[in-house]
Design a protein around this ligand. Structure first.
Ligand code: 13P
Ligand code: SF4
Length: 308
């Protein structure tokens, strides 16, 4: 492990690379990274990087977003198969047909896409949101237009609740956040009656309604930091987030909310990236995210939504 870390550090120097890692990566990857963050923070950080190469330790749509915002940089992803169940639930051709059907009915709408989507879907959209700016962006959609929100129905439903705007919701969901067990959460709450429950907005309503705070991963960090006294937190998000919470705000105790089928709640797509693959991609300069024609339109939408 120490050798591997030393190898990666040397290769990073040789290749003039910066490592960006999402909070859902294994702790040893987060420890090595130059920047860690949620989707929004990492997309913005990617635009500030000075090195020629970005190694994105996260899933495909995140690395793709970094490339779209930085066409001149080489963007590497340790495992190209690191996908996302949300992005997979919304193929661009299906979205295009659905939009055409709505238009043929005379409906006037704007499409708001969660960043957990492919570049082709982003290119078909008017706005891109992350868990960190979704509420703010939804409020920017002109009130005389309907909103088609893709692909996460739970985040969409949560946004309906907080903004009061009714939306047409795509039927996608995150395979990790959808399977938290409400029964186990209630049992944990009985055992720790003073604990606060924090949940990601990708969680279904039955988990959100038992939570004291709903927010993206960056917002969770800010929320727990606002508690001066040591507190118990029940955390309904991907399990690697607990490492980040424990490292940044160690005065509290964090308890993972278990899933229905397994107690770990690790994202299998994020887990495809390992230290070995990180070393190999730096060594070989591949897998690389290669510029695609649809990136140009996706770039306009991303810049308008995330950087302004
Ligand atoms: P955040 O933007 O809150 O980090 O969420 C990204 C993600 O993939 C959640 O499952
Ligand atoms: Fe996609 Fe869910 Fe994994 Fe996030 S945790 S990358 S939304 S599958």
């Amino acid at each position: 492990m120490t050798d591997l870390v030393a190898e990666i550090t040397a290769l990073k120097q040789r290749e003039d690379a910066t490592i960006l890692a999402h909070y859902y990566q294994d702790s040893e990857i987060q420890e090595l990274a130059d920047f860690t963050g949620d989707s929004l923070k990492l997309a913005r950080a990617a635009t500030q990087v000075r090195s020629k190469t970005i190694v994105f330790c996260g899933v495909h749509f995140m690395a793709e977003t970094a490339k779209i915002l930085n066409p001149e940089k080489r963007v590497l992803l340790p495992d190209l198969r690191a996908g996302c169940s949300l992005a997979d639930s919304c193929p661009a051709d299906k979205l295009r047909r659905y939009q055409e059907m709505l238009r043929s009915q005379g409906r006037r709408f704007q499409t708001v896409a969660y960043i957990n989507s492919s570049a082709a879907v982003k290119a078909l959209s008017d706005w891109i949101v992350t868990s960190g700016n979704a509420e703010e962006v939804v409020r920017r959609v002109p009130p005389d237009q309907e909103i088609l929100f893709v692909p996460d129905r739970h985040l969409g439903q949560y946004l309906e609740e907080v903004t009061g705007r009714k939306m047409i919701l795509w039927n996608g969901s995150c395979m990790v956040h959808e399977i938290f067990s409400v029964g186990d959460l209630l049992a944990q709450k009985r055992k720790l009656p003073h604990a606060r429950t924090i949940a990601h907005p990708e969680c279904p309503a039955n988990i959100r309604e038992h939570s004291d705070f709903v927010g993206g991963t960056e917002a969770m960090l800010r929320y727990v930091a606002s508690f001066a006294e040591p507190t118990d937190f029940l955390v309904a998000t991907e399990a690697n987030m607990l490492w980040q919470l424990r490292t940044k705000v160690p005065r509290h105790r964090y308890h993972p909310v278990p899933g229905i089928t397994c107690a770990c709640n690790k994202c299998p797509h994020m887990a495809r990236n390992t230290l070995e693959k990180l070393r190999d991609c730096l060594e070989r300069g591949s897998p690389e995210i290669v510029w695609q024609p649809e990136f140009a339109r996706a770039r306009e939408v991303l810049q308008r939504s995330l950087l302004n």
